[in-house]
Design a protein around this ligand. Structure first.
Ligand SMILES: Nc1ncnc2c1ncn2[C@@H]1O[C@H](COP(=O)(O)OP(=O)(O)O)[C@@H](O)[C@H]1O
Ligand SMILES: [Mg+2]
Length: 331
């Protein structure tokens, strides 16, 4: 008798759990378009409930054929197995949805980067073509002023004004060049990077060694601009944050891939801890993502910083095929 009371309690608990599961599954029918999974679950649970009900309340004088129990068990198992098989379709659907979402985000990112680059270029041109000639005219007008009739003080003032105008003309040229480097547009990646290194190297003590097997090859504009910006950001970071004495950069074209190896011998940092806070590094991550490229940044305190970027030239910027897994690693 004690044993049967124990059994009754267990069956009652299982029944309650299954009723809750049925209610929840019924609720899910309306939430997903794969409602067959939940319907099968409900049928499975209901059959199992019938099984328990017959066990709990056997009708007086009737003995239940054990074949009925077996049939109920088989039907329950079938429902659950079919539900699991259909669940696989739901998982595939979710995978497809995630892929589409990633593709959509990448499209937005690429559009943002292109728009940003276009407005930089327009602004740089405006600056160069409007303010540049104006300052040059001021300089010419000043040069036309007769200097002989001026006293020493006035001559000094004129000299200073000329120097300031020269400085302003240089700044406008530099600013416009930094915003949209003409040499990158005209001569390509290797020359653009070399020109940046020459300019920035003159202002810092660190030795910058740039090796490349690129000559006059030209790539998709997005690839050139993004790799150029990434290299500039790496160099700026090394010079600004690391206190390094040496930077080595290697940019190699092998078959259909461009590989950038970058290293400095500075104080190093924890890439993970700054991954979400630094604008520069997170821009690098999203720029390389938008090219479907691979990025690996390695650094630790006292051990300098090393980075590898690999960009496939064949792969479209926005692919409609299921994505090749692109890596993004910050170690
Ligand atoms: N080469 C490097 N050496 C040492 N620290 C670095 C280096 N690059 C980045 N960092 C660290 O990572 C942080 C984030 O860099 P970044 O995202 O470029 O932002 P920002 O340069 O504007 O500070 C920096 O503030 C710096 O602490
Ligand atoms: Mg930075």
């Amino acid at each position: 008798m004690e044993r049967s009371i124990g059994l009754i309690i267990v069956i009652a608990i299982v029944t309650i759990i299954q009723i809750v599961a049925i209610i929840y599954a019924a609720h899910l029918i309306r939430r997903t378009k794969y409602n067959l999974i939940w319907i099968l679950c409900i049928v499975g649970f209901l059959l199992s409930l019938v099984h328990h009900f017959l066990q709990l309340f056997p009708r007086e004088g009737h003995t239940i054929d054990s074949g009925l129990f077996i049939a109920l068990d088989i039907a329950t198992s079938l429902c659950i197995v079919l539900a699991v098989l259909f669940a696989n379709r739901l998982v595939n659907y979710l995978d497809r949805l995630n892929h589409q979402r990633a593709l959509f985000n990448k499209r937005i990112m690429t559009a943002v980067l292109r728009t940003e680059e276009r407005s930089r270029s327009t602004f740089a041109k405006e600056l160069h073509d409007s303010l540049g000639p104006l300052l040059s005219s001021v300089k010419m007008s000043l040069s036309a002023l007769p200097g002989e009739n001026l006293n020493n003080e006035e001559q000094e003032l004129l000299k200073n004004t000329r120097n300031i105008i020269d400085e302003a003309i240089r700044s406008v040229r530099e600013l416009s060049n930094n915003m949209s480097p003409q040499i990158l547009v005209d001569f390509g990646l290797a020359q653009g990077v070399q020109s940046f290194i020459t300019r920035i190297g003159a202002l810092h003590k660190a030795k910058i060694d740039f090796q490349t097997n690129l000559r006059k090859e030209r790539f998709d504009n997005d690839i050139e601009v993004i790799l150029y910006r990434v290299i500039c950001e790496f160099i700026n970071n090394s010079l600004k944050h690391s206190g390094c004495s040496e930077i080595t950069i290697s940019l190699q074209l092998n078959d259909d891939t461009l590989k950038l190896d970058y290293a400095d011998n500075g104080k190093g940092f924890q890439p993970r801890s700054v991954a979400d806070c630094g604008m520069g590094l997170s821009n690098i991550v999203s720029r390389i993502d938008s090219l479907n490229g691979e990025l690996d940044i390695r650094s630790s305190k006292g051990k300098g910083m090393q980075a590898t970027v690999i960009v496939s030239l064949k792969q479209n910027l926005i692919t409609t095929k299921p994505k090749k897994r692109w890596q993004r690693r910050l170690r």
